[in-house]
Ligand binder design. Structure first.
Ligand code: SAM
Ligand code: SF4
Length: 327
C-alpha cells in the first residue's frame, strides 16, 4: 500500500477530496447556471461508482481522509446511498460529507445518520417559497423545508450554505442567521463567484458587505480566531451555533488549501480555478495500474499553482457553471 502523503511544492498537504458524482441537477439556481441549464455530460462519460470508489481508495491510501460528495445534485444520481455506504467502510476515510440542495434528501436522512455521516451541507438561500422559485427557477421549497426540519432533528452535523444575491435575498441574512440561535449549526453566507455559466459579471454582495450587514444586525458578533477552513466564523452571544462568511473573490485561504476536486467526468482539479489538470477517466479506462494513477496524481499535485489567481491566469474562466465543478 502507499504510505507517503500527497503534497505540493509549496508544502501544502492534500487531505480533502471534493468528488462531484454527477453534473445533473433538479434545480437551476441563477448563480450556478443559465435558465436553459448547461449541456449535460453523456452517461458514458461520467465515472461509474466503481471508478469513483477506486479513486477514493487510492487517495485514502496517500493521506486523503476527508471526502465530500457534491455535484450537480448528488441525490439526482441513482445509487448515491450505497456508494456512500461503501465509502464509509474505507477505514482511512475519517470524514464523509455531502453537499445537497435538499430537494430529494429528506427521505434518506435516517440512513445517512445510521452510517455516521460526518456532515451535511444544505444549500438554502431563502426561507420564502416565492423567492426560492425565483432563485432556483423551480418550485421545490416544500421538499427543502422538510429536509431542513429533518436535518435539524438528526444527529448529523449541519451547515447551511446561503449564496447572497443583491435584490434577491440580501434582506434575509438576519432571518437565516437566526437558525444558528436555537440550533448548534453553522450558517455560512457565501459571496457569489463567477461560475453561473455566463461571463463577465460582477456581484454587489461582497464578503465585506455581508460582514458589515451581519455586524449591524448582531452588534455582539465576535470573530472566532481559532478556525480552519474557507469560512470566517463568528459567534453571536446567546447563539448555539456559529455564523460564517465565505469569500469567493479574495482567495485568502489558498495558502493553506488542502483540497483537490474530481469532476463527474473524472478530471482532477488541484485548484477551483485550474480548469482540470489530469484526465483520471482516461487513465482508469486505458488500463493504468494503481501505481500509475497515484504517480500521475502526485505529478499533477506537484504542478499545482501557488494560488487561484495564478491558476486563473493560465486557465482564464470560460463559461463554467458551478454544477460542472462541484462547488
Ligand atoms: N447541488 C448541490 C447544492 O446546491 O448544494 C451541490 C452542488 S453546488 C454546485 C455546491 C455549492 O456551490 C452550493 O452550496 C452552492 O450554493 C454553491 N454555489 C453554486 N454556484 C455558486 C456561485 N456562483 N458562487 C458561490 N457559490 C456557488
Ligand atoms: Fe443545482 Fe446546486 Fe447548482 Fe443549485 S447550486 S443549480 S442546486 S448544482
Amino acid at each position: 500500500m502507499f504510505t507517503d502523503t500527497l503534497a505540493d511544492r509549496f508544502g501544502r498537504t492534500i487531505t480533502y477530496l471534493r468528488l462531484a458524482v454527477t453534473d445533473r441537477c433538479n434545480l437551476r439556481c441563477t448563480y450556478c447556471m443559465p435558465t436553459e441549464g448547461v449541456v449535460s455530460l453523456n452517461h458514458s462519460d461520467i465515472l461509474s461508482w466503481e471508478e469513483m470508489e477506486c479513486l477514493v481508495r487510492l487517495l485514502a491510501g496517500i493521506g486523503v481522509s476527508k471526502v465530500r460528495l457534491t455535484g450537480g445534485e448528488p441525490f439526482a444520481r441513482k445509487g448515491v446511498l450505497p456508494f456512500l455506504l461503501r465509502l464509509s467502510n474505507i477505514p482511512d476515510v475519517k470524514q464523509l460529507h455531502i453537499t445537497t440542495n435538499g430537494v430529494e434528501t429528506a427521505a434518506h436522512i435516517p440512513q445517512l445518520e445510521s452510517m455516521n455521516l460526518t456532515g451535511v451541507n444544505l444549500s438554502l438561500d431563502t426561507l420564502v417559497p416565492d423567492r426560492f422559485a425565483r432563485i432556483t427557477r423551480r418550485s421545490r421549497f416544500t421538499e427543502v423545508q422538510h429536509t431542513l426540519a429533518a436535518l435539524l432533528q438528526s444527529t448529523i452535523p449541519l451547515k447551511i450554505n446561503t449564496v447572497v444575491q443583491f435584490g434577491l435575498n440580501d434582506d434575509e441574512i438576519g432571518e437565516i442567521a437566526m437558525l444558528a440561535k436555537s440550533h448548534p449549526i453553522e450558517v455560512r453566507f457565501i459571496e457569489e463567484m463567477p461560475f453561473n455559466g455566463l461571463v463577465g459579471e460582477t456581484f454587489a454582495c461582497t464578503n465585506h458587505w455581508i460582514e458589515r450587514r451581519l455586524q449591524s444586525l448582531f452588534p455582539g458578533l465576535q470573530r472566532n480566531e481559532s478556525q480552519a477552513g474557507t469560512a470566517s466564523l463568528y459567534q453571536v452571544p446567546g447563539f448555539q451555533g456559529q455564523i460564517g462568511v465565505i469569500s469567493g473573490a479574495e482567495r485568502t485561504f489558498c495558502g493553506s488549501c488542502n483540497r483537490i476536486r474530481i469532476t463527474a467526468d473524472g478530471q482532477l482539479k488541484t485548484c477551483l480555478y485550474d480548469g482540470g489538470v489530469l484526465d483520471l477517466r482516461k487513465l482508469l479506462r486505458t488500463g493504468a495500474t494503481d501505481d500509475d494513477i497515484v504517480s500521475a496524481i502526485r505529478q499533477a499535485v506537484l504542478r499545482r499553482f501557488v494560488d487561484g489567481h495564478a491558476a486563473e491566469q493560465v486557465h482564464p474562466s470560460d463559461k463554467k457553471s458551478m454544477s460542472q465543478i462541484g462547488g
